[in-house]
Design a protein around this ligand. Structure first.
Ligand SMILES: NC(=O)c1ccc[n+]([C@@H]2O[C@H](COP(=O)([O-])OP(=O)(O)OC[C@H]3O[C@@H](n4cnc5c(N)ncnc54)[C@H](OP(=O)(O)O)[C@@H]3O)[C@@H](O)[C@H]2O)c1
Length: 288
């Protein structure tokens, strides 16, 4: 069986949709903590297993020998490393055939705070001795495009990085297609893929692209870390996360999310979704 964890999340849902195009539903299983939220997989005949990564005992029946498993990285800083360890241990006990993991672009070379858990998880997977695939995902294009309503209302894209800083983002759907290709394909054992968009763009270029689509003058505004945290706080982000966002901006300024390798387009066998197309989709979704 191909087994997808985090299958009720935004990325996991898309992985399942891509897998349904590649393999019969009776070869697929999802591991979710809330069965009621897994209606889409259940309706398609996909096996639904339940487990909470915070409760290692609940993972006992999550995997079976020979499964090809995708561990989608957790979304709770401070807790996700223990959650990942629990999944890795369960996968090891079950003797799965492949453990694929959604890591971070650059792996050990990245220096920002949220990369720490990814680096430690990669290490734990290597230590487990299981065949693995590291899907080192770059930044989601949606990290920017879902902010569009606020950006358009304000007329500015805001961050602490210099406007010439570059990112090579890709859409969640592109990363999901790559994960599905690895899970359903062959020859990915003990491979590491550095996944990112085919073309990088600067924050100034992003603002210019937005201006073209929205028909308004949108600019990029570099602000101080203090002002940035104040704005994020006013937008409702929790205090504990504010330094993490500033740290990520520093990583962007250092170019750590700008690496272009072509691994993603090679895995999905097509070009990655260009930034203008992602903006167009998001504007259409937002009813602009
Ligand atoms: N590269 C990037 O730009 C970027 C940006 C954001 C996040 N990420 C990483 O990529 C991951 C996937 O992104 P996403 O957008 O799909 O995130 P998401 O929508 O928040 O999905 C996270 C998934 O993890 C599951 N999960 C969380 N805690 C769990 C637990 N204790 N036991 C079992 N399942 C648990 C969630 O289950 P429920 O549905 O039950 O909540 C959900 O299915 C994130 O978790 C994060 O590590 C990357």
């Amino acid at each position: 069986m191909i087994v997808v964890t985090g299958a009720t999340g935004q990325l996991g849902r898309l992985v399942v949709r891509h897998l349904l195009e590649l393999v019969p539903a009776d070869q697929l299983a999802v591991v979710v903590r809330d069965r009621a939220r897994a209606t889409h997989p259940a309706e398609h005949g996909i096996t639904v297993r339940t487990a909470d990564h915070d409760i290692p005992e609940s993972l006992i029946d999550a995997f079976q020998p020979g499964d090809r498993v995708l561990l989608v990285s957790g979304n709770q800083l401070g807790r996700r490393l223990a959650q990942h360890d629990a999944v890795i241990q369960a996968a090891k006990t079950a003797d799965v055939a492949l453990l694929a993991y959604t890591s971070i672009l650059g792996g050990p070379a990245t220096r920002f705070v949220i990369a720490d858990d990814h680096q430690a998880t990669e290490h734990a997977i290597e230590q487990s001795g299981l065949p693995f695939t590291f899907l080192r995902n770059g930044w989601y294009t949606e990290n920017y495009t879902t902010q569009l309503p606020h950006v358009l209302a304000r007329g500015t894209v805001i961050g602490t990085a210099d406007g010439h800083s570059r990112l090579a983002t890709a859409t969640r759907d592109d990363y999901a297609a790559a994960a599905a290709a690895v899970l359903a394909g062959t020859g990915h054992e003990n491979m590491t893929y550095e996944l990112s968009g085919d073309r990088s763009w600067s924050l100034h270029e992003y603002a210019a692209e937005l201006s073209r689509h929205a028909g308004e003058n949108i600019t990029y505004q570099q602000v101080s870390a203090v002002d940035y945290q104040r704005m994020l706080s006013a937008a409702g982000l929790p205090d504990a996360m504010l330094p993490v966002f500033v740290d990520t901006e520093d990583a962007i300024a250092r170019g750590e999310l700008a690496t272009v390798t072509g691994d993603l387009s090679r895995l999905i066998d097509r070009p990655t979704t260009p930034l203008p197309a992602a903006i167009k989709t998001q504007l259409a979704t937002a009813g602009q």
